[in-house]
Each structure stands twice: as structure tokens, then as C-alpha cells.
Design a protein around this ligand. Structure first.
Ligand code: RB5
Length: 144
């Protein structure tokens, strides 16, 4: 199950992401927001982070205007590894190397076609299980 969250700056791109997931029959839980009315992005990043922490969802997608605010917020949460990606290469590598569990994108930065490719790469790429990557992820958590 994929947890989805956005603010008003990410709302439009999130509609594209949802349609793309629907087309592939990928299940998601939408934590909002649900319009372009101004909201506070940390509220939605926290909802997505909590859904992963409590096991309701195994991955998340967060979108704000730049992707920066949601990614900073999510990365302060224990066990969350959120990667702000602007291309498929970053999305693939963050899964292979960082075992990222949340993808962040910028609704005012990334176009719909590129975003679909980023989402596909993020959701389809497994963690490499490489020993050096496991070691580095453990080191990230030492200072959590
Ligand atoms: C909202 O205007 C904007 O600040 C937000 O969407 C995001 O870009 C913050 O990082």
C-alpha cells in the first residue's frame, strides 16, 4: 500500500500520480490535501510518515511545490528515508542504494510525464541488498 500526501503546491501533480497508479491497479491511501486551498505541507508529510511507521503502508509519495519542504519534514521522522527526485535515475538509485521508502517530488518543478517515470522507477526498483549499502543505511540511523 502506497501512502500519498501533498500540499496545495503538489495537488495538481498528485492527481496525475493517482491516475497513473489507478491505471496500473496499484493500491494507495490518500492522506490529502484534497484541493488547491493553501495548507501546511508538514501536516501531510507527517501523515504519510506515520502510515509507514505504523505499518499501514510500505512506501509513500509526497508532493509539495518544490518537494523540499515535504522531504525535510519526512526525513526528521524515525525510519523514514525520503528522496527528492527530479529524474528516473535518481529514483532508481535511491531505491537500489538508500532503500528510500518515501519519494518526494516538486509539483512546480517536475512535469507530469517525467513524474510518471519517476514514480514507476521508485515503485518497481528493489533495494540492492548490497552489504555496503546496508552498512551505510545503518550509519544514517546511528544519529537519528
Ligand atoms: C507552498 O507555497 C510551498 O512553500 C510548498 O509547497 C513547498 O514548496 C515547500 O517546500
Amino acid at each position: 500500500m502506497i501512502a500519498l500526501g501533498c500540499d496545495h503546491g503538489g495537488y495538481s501533480l498528485m492527481q496525475v500520480v493517482k491516475a497513473h497508479l489507478d491505471a496500473q491497479h496499484i493500491a494507495y491511501q490518500d492522506f490529502g490535501c484534497f484541493s488547491e486551498k493553501s495548507v501546511d505541507y508538514p501536516d501531510y508529510a507527517h501523515k504519510v510518515g506515520h502510515a509507514i511507521q505504523d505499518g499501514t503502508c510500505d512506501k509513500g509519495i509526497l508532493i509539495c511545490g518544490t518537494g523540499i519542504g515535504v522531504s525535510i519534514t519526512a526525513n526528521k521522522m524515525k525510519g523514514i528515508r525520503c528522496a527528492l527526485c527530479t529524474n528516473e535515475y535518481m529514483a532508481r538509485l535511491t531505491r537500489e542504494h538508500n532503500d528510500a521508502n518515501v519519494l518526494a517530488m516538486g509539483g512546480r518543478v517536475t512535469g507530469p510525464g517525467v513524474a510518471e517515470g519517476i514514480v514507476d522507477a521508485f515503485l518497481m526498483t528493489p533495494f540492492s541488498q548490497g552489504e555496503r549499502h546496508i552498512r551505510r543505511i545503518r550509519k544514517m540511523e546511528e544519529d537519528e
